[in-house]
Structures are given as structure tokens and as C-alpha cells.
Design a protein around this ligand. Structure first.
Ligand SMILES: [Zn+2]
Length: 260
């Protein structure tokens, strides 16, 4: 089987579903990752990396491209496919003031680009952002809309369109332990389609996150990152964003359950 994850910035894949990507690659499936931007506006949290050596823009993007390539190698998935859009920045006020940012690009154009990649890869399963962009980042929400459009339009364009679209999400209990509002960003557990125990992949998830050195900081400080994202090394949960064909009773523990 072929799985395609579609995310916006280097590190999204490792924070939101590293265990899942690693699991399916490790059991012999082809796992691809599209990254819409190179994260050109990301903050640098590692004291060993001088932000002035990597100013926001192309230089910071190159730094983060290298980090994502390293993370993909650790996860055992194909090298990332960059779409070359510009990171809008975060929060919303920053993104709105950045007219070059991805969130301002034409949605139909992005959808078309995604469709071209889908047609080339022919994934059976697509993983992408939920309507709230996991925690509300404007680039994530923009990419959600394009991904959803591409998943359904693939039915007109591809002889074998993807069968399932999944969105990684968090339960109220998990969001409650972060700085984000569970009323806004959590998803009710009884809507989970797949709950994947990723504890066997904890070391790989941790290594992939640490590959994003500029974003997670030194290894010693990584415990703080884990505290901010409880459950990161335990379970990854998904809701269905789209479905062609049958699906077993929910929740299951396998994105590919029932597929032949
Ligand atoms: Zn992101």
C-alpha cells in the first residue's frame, strides 16, 4: 500500500503522526510526505543555532529542509516533497501581515498541485490536516481545505483514487494538558476512527522530533517538549476526513483495516 501525508511545515509530521508514518514504513508500505513550505518563519529554539546565521526566509527554510530530510530518514519514509510555498508565520496576525505566505495562495491552485502529486504517487491512504489545523495555524487550515478538495476531486481525475482520508486529532483530555483550549481544538473520542498505539515506536518518534533541532531545542530540554505534548509517545488518533468503500467498525487500530 502507499500512504501520503500532506503537511505544511517541517516538524508537523513528527509532532502529529510520526509513530504512524514510522509504523507503516517499517512493515513494508510506501510512505510519502508532502511539505507545503520549508518553515521559513519558524522560531529557533536551540541555543546552539544562531538565528542571525539563519534569518527568517530562504536561509531558515534551508536549515529546516535539512532537518525534515533527516527526520524522514529516521522515520524510514521517502524523502520529503516540498511544494515551495512560503511559511505564513504564526499566529494569525503575523500570517495576515505576510502577503507572500501560503495562507494567501489560491486554494484551487494548491488543490491542483496536490492532485498532480496524488496522481503520480497513487496513494490508497491520505493523511492531512483537520478543519482546525490541529491547533489553528492558518497554513494548516489552508492546506486542509486544499487536501480535502484534492481527495474528492481525485475521483474525477484518477483511475484509482485514494480510498481513505484521515486527520490526526487529539482528545479533550490531551488538549486540556496543553496551552490550547480543548473546547476549540479537541475532538470527541467517540468520533475517532483509528487509535494507534505508538509506544513501540517511541524511540523513533523521539529521534525524529530531535532531528528538528531548531524547533525542539537541545535534547536535555526535550522533556519540556514532551510535557507540552502529553501522549505524544503513546497514542496517535485519527478521524475520517473522507472514505471511498467500506470501513470496519470504529475505532480500529489500523489505518488500512479491511483494505486488500
Ligand atoms: Zn505546521
Amino acid at each position: 500500500m502507499r500512504l501520503l501525508a500532506i503537511f505544511a511545515h517541517p516538524d508537523d509530521e513528527s509532532f502529529f503522526c510520526a509513530g504512524t508514518l514510522s509504523k507503516y514504513a517499517s512493515i513494508g508500505h510506501e510512505v510519502y510526505l508532502i511539505c507545503a513550505t520549508r518553515g521559513e518563519q519558524g522560531r529557533i529554539l536551540h541555543p546552539g543555532i544562531d538565528p542571525e546565521s539563519y534569518p527568517k526566509g530562504p536561509a531558515r527554510g534551508r536549515l529546516r529542509q535539512g532537518e525534515l530530510e533527516a527526520a524522514c530518514a529516521i522515520l524510514g519514509i521517502h524523502p520529503p516533497i516540498f511544494l515551495g510555498y512560503q511559511d505564513s508565520g504564526y499566529p494569525l496576525e503575523v500570517a495576515q501581515a505576510n502577503p507572500q505566505g501560503f495562507m494567501h495562495t489560491d486554494l484551487r491552485e494548491v488543490e491542483e498541485v496536490l492532485l498532480e502529486h496524488m496522481a503520480g504517487i497513487e496513494p490508497q491512504v491520505v493523511i492531512g490536516f483537520d478543519p482546525q489545523g490541529y491547533y489553528g495555524h492558518s497554513d494548516h487550515i489552508h492546506l486542509h481545505r486544499a487536501t480535502l478538495g484534492a481527495f474528492w476531486r481525485a475521483g474525477q481525475r484518477m483511475p484509482r483514487p485514494p480510498q481513505r482520508l484521515f486527520f490526526p486529532v487529539r482528545s479533550p483530555a490531551r488538549v486540556r494538558q496543553t496551552r490550547f483550549d480543548p473546547e476549540v481544538y479537541a475532538v470527541a473520542e467517540n468520533s475517532f476512527a483509528v487509535r494507534l498505539d505508538v509506544r513501540p515506536y517511541a524511540a523513533t518518534i523521539r529521534a525524529a522530533l530531535l532531528a528538528h533541532r531548531s524547533q525542539v531545542g537541545p535534547e536535555e530540554a526535550f522533556d519540556q517538549v514532551l510535557q507540552a505534548w502529553p501522549g505524544l509517545l503513546e497514542e496517535e488518533s485519527f478521524v475520517l476526513g473522507g472514505l471511498r468503500g467500506a470501513f470496519p467498525s470504529m475505532p480500529t487500530d489500523d489505518l488500512l483495516a479491511g483494505m486488500v
